[in-house]
Ligand binder design. Sequence first.
Ligand SMILES: NC(=O)c1ccc[n+]([C@@H]2O[C@H](COP(=O)([O-])OP(=O)(O)OC[C@H]3O[C@@H](n4cnc5c(N)ncnc54)[C@H](OP(=O)(O)O)[C@@H]3O)[C@@H](O)[C@H]2O)c1
Length: 316
Amino acid sequence: MPTQAGTTRAVWIETFGGAEVVQVATIPVPAPTDDEVVVRVAVASINPVDWKTAEGKYPPMGADKLPFVLGRDLAGTIETVGSENAEWAVGDRVCAFIGTDRGAQSERVVVKTSELAKVPDGVDTDVAGAVALAAMTAWQGLFDHGGLEAGQRVLIHGGAGGVGHLAVQFARWKGATVFTTASGRDLAFVRALGADTAIDYETERFEDIATDLDLVFDTQGGETQARSFPTLRKGGMLVSTLEPDAQKAAEFGVRTVPRWHADPDAGELAQALGLIADGQVRVEIARRFPLDDIREAQRFAREGHPRGKVILDLIQ
Ligand SMILES: NC(=O)c1ccc[n+]([C@@H]2O[C@H](COP(=O)([O-])OP(=O)(O)OC[C@H]3O[C@@H](n4cnc5c(N)ncnc54)[C@H](OP(=O)(O)O)[C@@H]3O)[C@@H](O)[C@H]2O)c1
């Protein structure tokens, strides 16, 4: 049963570790300040940053921040407003990618109005709850860091993943020629999303197929990233969601951007939601789990090869 206003059930960790440290706890909800609201969350999403954070491998969330609630993105309805204002009202259907000072996997979350976006009619709450962090990562990686323009050639690694399946569609919407890597079982899926060329990362060498690229959007790091540098034209750009190898980039005469983390940006989120509402971008939800099954949800997201996103149901 959901808790009463003023408290919340939430995904909670008190110490770093594996799945055993991830629990569901009942905790108080702070009162919102003037520029905040409390959202009654319907859906939050699961992202790789959740288990990296729980394992103590996400630097912005160090031991000094423990204990805390996991999760970075959500959708639901406004339950309380910090102050009366023209823009946000109780009952508004909203979604958000929130800062690292709070967690989203919770029935009730204090959200800054600068992080909020209204969910357009025609966009399902599940979709809105699935999409914010992954969409901002794809958007900021391709456009803000990568400067992708119409007519350019881009390779997106992991095109069936949470970030990748949105990146493929954003790049296509921009008018780029899109190459993407995915497993054999996801090739038809990524083609349906608009990829011009789908490459099986298990059986094909992407560097033999995707060449003379303007941009590589790397979601894998390691060997995949290393093999990506020669696919770029001189002066091309590699943007990674992980650690970029700047030395290797220099060796190949290509550009890269230093390690970055996607930031909440309500304006960009509203643009992405607009594309979803228009039917230009679709969000794939692989599976939903109830809050109490958070460990199983994380395990599935991590090891179950989901297509698209995994979401957590906070209403039940
Ligand atoms: N910097 C940031 O702000 C930021 C933000 C979001 C995410 N990230 C990072 O970006 C990465 C991707 O995130 P995500 O949410 O998209 O994860 P995800 O949903 O797990 O997707 C990863 C995708 O990569 C595919 N893949 C696995 N091995 C591959 C290979 N060798 N070549 C090409 N594709 C391969 C997987 O396919 P199969 O399942 O079929 O193997 C899966 O579809 C994670 O490491 C995450 O931590 C960083």
